[in-house]
Design a binder for this molecule. Structure first.
Ligand SMILES: Cc1cc2nc3c(=O)[nH]c(=O)nc-3n(C[C@H](O)[C@H](O)[C@H](O)COP(=O)(O)OP(=O)(O)OC[C@H]3O[C@@H](n4cnc5c(N)ncnc54)[C@H](O)[C@@H]3O)c2cc1C
Length: 405
């Protein structure tokens, strides 16, 4: 069993063989992955050592102290937080070897093709169709035997689709069975000529997300994740991990949204009032409790399988971000109302706390929608954590094709 001392030793060996000051960033990240120090709880050969997840902090601290580069989760968050645990949990050995390394080092960005114009909270109602076509010529350079699937439909709110190389995609493969049972999970090549990505401008002025039109997109069967018709179960792994990944990001003390407002408070005494002081202190404590709860939750996770408690964490994250960024705007008074740059951009990073107070305030509005709305997460906490009666579900035994739309 790998322990902290062994991990420290391995990290120092990595640093000695690849000094961060003189090693190319990507080369360093590849060497870190190959040394099993990327995510220590992943299996050997896939960036890990099969070590307890809690020991990742030991590696991270050594690397940070040595000034080593990181893989910038703001750029590859969907790959790291959602695609990777799903591939680990349901992928074939070939899929794990093909996808996890370029994903972790950031050579390949991932996006998530789940939501549709008619299927958001009720994701299982999705209508994008995948039909098997054993005869057609495969367009994928990475196709293996097993034939292709042909996918048609529309997805929406797809963060980072404009920079993504791959997507995790769920599509309907059997309309004749109830909605949860006829879904299959795929890895979609975003460079397929049938994939069209159009920007959607947000309240911040930027287009961090997109709508994505899929027209006769061919996906080789070797890029299916899990069994045909079992996509809903596979997607649960993605969604549960998404909540932990959004709500439980690893941040230092006074990191995240509470950081900038605390700094302003310290540096600008002329803005202070007694009332704002009380609110800031309360929010500071709540942010610290949420941060530590996130740390504990991450340490308890077995690779790939978080439970409904991640939904509670994500709820707290959204509420705190919105309250803290609101307080920051109030503290800054008129200055807080300025929004200097509303240029339409298509950013490469998803950054909740970047730029200025106005940006933080506006961007935080999406926190209670993305990764599951507050209302839906409250339902999950009510049913699966508190054991309260479930919402009535009248459509669970009706074939998808017979549902009212
Ligand atoms: C910034 C941002 C980034 C996103 N990125 C992605 C992405 O990369 N990929 C992706 O697939 N999706 C993404 N989404 C989409 C997101 O997952 C959906 O917006 C979300 O699931 C809600 O779906 P909807 O917008 O269709 O709203 P709806 O489901 O139509 O909900 C409308 C309202 O009804 C409420 N409601 C719905 N059902 C219930 C219920 N059972 N009980 C109580 N209230 C309910 C909701 O809480 C909400 O207030 C993103 C969204 C945002 C804001």
């Amino acid at each position: 069993m790998t322990d902290a001392a062994e991990l420290r030793g391995r990290t120092q060996e990595l640093l000695a063989a690849h000094p961060p000051a003189t090693t190319d960033r990507l080369d360093f990240l590849k060497a870190r992955f190959d040394a099993g120090l990327a995510w220590v709880h992943y299996p050997e050969g896939l960036g890990g050592l099969g070590a307890p997840r809690s020991l990742q902090a030991v590696v991270d601290a050594e690397l940070e102290a040595a000034g080593a580069p990181d893989n910038d989760p703001r750029r590859i968050g969907i790959g790291l937080g959602m695609a990777a645990p799903t591939i680990l949990g349901f992928g074939t050995e070939e899929q794990k070897r093909r996808f996890l390394r370029p994903l972790w080092v950031g050579e390949e960005v991932w996006c998530q093709l789940f939501s549709e114009p008619g299927a958001g909270s009720d994701l299982a109602a999705l209508g994008t169709r995948a039909v098997r076509d054993d005869g057609g010529p495969s367009r994928s350079s990475e196709a293996e035997s097993g034939g292709d699937w042909v996918v048609n439909g529309q997805k929406v709110w797809t963060s980072s689709a404009h920079v993504a190389r791959w997507a995790i995609l769920i599509a309907r493969t059997d309309p004749d069975v109830p909605k949860h049972r006829g879904i299959t999970y795929f890895i979609c090549d975003m460079t397929d000529p049938g994939v069209e990505v159009r920007p959607l401008r947000q309240i911040t002025g930027e287009a961090e997300f997109n709508e994505v039109f899929l027209t006769d997109v061919r996906i080789p069967d070797s890029h299916r994740l899990g069994e045909v018709g079992d996509g809903w179960r596979v997607a649960q792994t993605t969604l549960m991990n998404e909540r932990v990944s959004i709500g439980g990001m690893r941040i230092p003390r006074e990191g995240g949204m509470i950081g900038p407002v605390s700094k302003t408070w310290r540096e600008r005494p002329e803005l202070r009032t007694h009332d704002l002081h009380q609110r800031l202190l309360t929010l500071w404590v709540e942010a610290e409790v949420a941060r530590l709860t996130g740390e504990r939750l991450r340490q308890q996770l077995v690779a790939g399988q978080p439970g409904p408690e991640g939904s509670g964490l994500k709820l707290a994250f959204a509420r705190l971000n919105q309250e803290i960024s609101g307080l920051e705007v109030e503290l800054l008074g008129e200055e807080g109302l300025l929004y200097e740059d509303w240029t339409m951009r298509r950013p490469e990073l998803v950054d909740f706390t970047g730029r200025d107070a106005g940006y933080r305030y506006l961007r935080s509005k999406g926190n209670s929608i993305e990764g599951g709305t507050n209302e839906v997460l409250l339902n999950i906490v009510a049913e699966r954590v508190l054991g309260l009666p479930a919402e009535p579900r009248t459509d669970k035994d009706v074939a998808w094709k017979d549902l009212a739309r």
